[in-house]
Design a protein around this ligand. Structure first.
Ligand code: FAD
Length: 433
């Protein structure tokens, strides 16, 4: 059930998290303005989202949320070229060097490029009668009164203007401006947890020979201690495959074709690397570097300005190899919706608490795995070491036991909490296996 809580809300940034926040806020505010620096709607890669060139898999929980917020979106995307797949029939996962056994689960995913996904969400957001998009508009600052946020200052080709609002949401990604704004308003900055991951990506779009990878639609080759070379291969719209190589701790994937092939020869099964060698290249190899994984603990602040919230990567930007960012952006949107159902009293405190709770499982999984990699800098606790040893065992068993593979996939897809891996049925299979 929704209720009106205010006249105007502004969302700063039209990445996936901003779009989902706008969708939710449209149920509670008379008007929502979505402000974005880039021109929107062209459907291709955007300057403000350079990561959109690289593999962007949407975890199953993320797809569930999209369907909840935009019923029929999956079908629409598939009709327009996104590639549907069934977990874990069409999904080939190699973790810890073990190729997981497969079985039907009925759980469906869609694979596409990030610009394709984003443009489909944007289209649905634009169909909402009370959402206005202000693109090619730079957020230059906040409007504040008596320690409360009362709007934002927006600059575009016509100059700067003030946009009063009851609520402003920072969805500007990793470079979100809230930290600086808090300081300038005399509030504390949140504590930050940072893990140095030094991830480097190299991505190539290819057309594979027909049937080269049989029923596979997505192939994930995880890195693990001793093997810093990983990759993700995704069938995407336009009858293409998007192949992203990923290295951690300073290991940089090559950007020349022969080096690219050689990386896969080493990291991938022979049929995968042969399929890529036989493919038709569709452009240049592009790169990205992600130095850290950072979580900002807004929920621990004792004071936060009224009229302001934060979402998406501006709260937590993950090591991207786990593919969690967009799904977690969806979880924040659901947390925002649930909090607004109880009105706007004490909204920031309630929202950040709910967002942190929603984020915890994803952070636990990714930070745990990051710390398990030898070169990760942060300290490793005995509990984390024990958990990582158990995960290693699960991955070995998952190569033979599809039920363990399903349990693992559901947890990493954020469908089940990490504790599901400790359920007696899984524990028993892992120990027996
Ligand atoms: C290389 C890489 C690979 C990734 N792979 C995956 C994956 O496989 N799966 C997954 O789920 N996630 C992945 N992620 C994470 C994912 O990209 C983000 O979590 C996701 O985009 C949600 O972020 P966001 O909407 O908070 O921010 P962003 O997507 O970064 O969007 C921020 C928006 O704010 C706009 N903006 C910024 N400053 C201003 C300003 N001053 N004024 C107006 N607008 C502004 C930007 O133009 C942009 O549109 C990956 C990230 C990287 C870096």
């Amino acid at each position: 059930m929704t209720r009106r809580v205010g006249e105007h809300a502004i969302v700063l940034g039209a990445g996936v998290s901003g779009l989902l926040a706008a969708r939710v806020l449209a149920d509670f505010y008379d008007r929502v303005t979505l402000v974005e620096r880039d021109a929107l709607g062209a459907g291709g890669p955007r300057k403000g989202v350079p990561q959109g060139f690289h593999a962007h898999s949407l975890l199953p929980r993320g797809l569930q949320i999209l369907e909840e917020l935009f019923p029929g979106l999956t079908e629409e995307m598939v009709a327009e070229g996104a590639v549907p797949y069934e977990m874990i029939v069409h999904l080939r996962m190699i973790f810890g060097g073990h190729e997981f056994a497969r079985m039907p689960t009925g759980e469906v995913g869609v694979s596409s490029t990030r610009p394709f996904l984003e443009s489909h969400i944007l289209r649905r957001v634009r169909e909402l009668r009370n959402v206005v998009t202000a693109d090619r508009s730079q957020v230059s600052g906040l409007m504040t009164r008596d320690g409360r946020v009362v709007g934002a200052r927006i600059a575009d080709d016509d100059g700067e203007r003030e946009l009063p609002a009851d609520l402003v949401v920072d969805a500007m990604g990793r470079g979100g401006r809230t930290l600086a704004w808090l300081e300038s308003m005399g509030f504390d900055r949140p504590e930050e947890e940072t893990i140095k991951v030094e991830i480097a990506y190299a991505t190539w779009y290819l057309r594979l020979p027909k049937g080269a990878l049989d029923k596979d639609r997505m192939i994930i080759l995880g890195t693990y201690p001793g093997q810093p070379k990983g990759a993700a291969l995704c069938a995407v719209e336009g009858d293409r495959w998007l192949v992203t190589l990923g290295g951690h701790d300073g290991m940089r994937p090559p950007t020349d074709p022969e080096g690219f092939f050689a990386w896969l020869d080493e990291a991938a099964p022979a049929d995968v690397s042969a399929a890529v060698r036989a493919a038709e290249p569709l452009g240049e190899i592009g790169t990205a570097r992600i130095p850290t994984s950072t979580r900002r603990r807004y929920e621990r602040l004792s004071r936060f300005p009224e009229g302001l919230l934060v979402t998406g990567d501006a709260i937590c930007s993950f090591n991207p190899v786990y593919g969690q960012g967009m799904a977690v952006g969806g979880l924040y949107a659901i947390a925002m919706r649930d909090c607004l159902r109880d009105g706007t009293g004490d909204l920031a405190r309630r929202y950040f608490a709910a967002a942190a709770k929603a984020l915890d499982p994803a952070w636990q999984l990714s930070s745990g795995a990051d710390l398990a990699l030898r070169q990760a800098e942060a300290a490793r606790t005995p509990m984390a070491r024990m958990l990582n040893a158990y995960i290693g065992r699960l991955q070995r068993v998952a190569a033979r036991d599809p039920r363990v593979a399903v349990a693992f996939t559901r947890v990493s897809g954020l469908l089940d909490p990490p504790a599901a891996l400790m359920r007696p049925a899984v524990l028993w299979r892992a120990l027996r296996g």
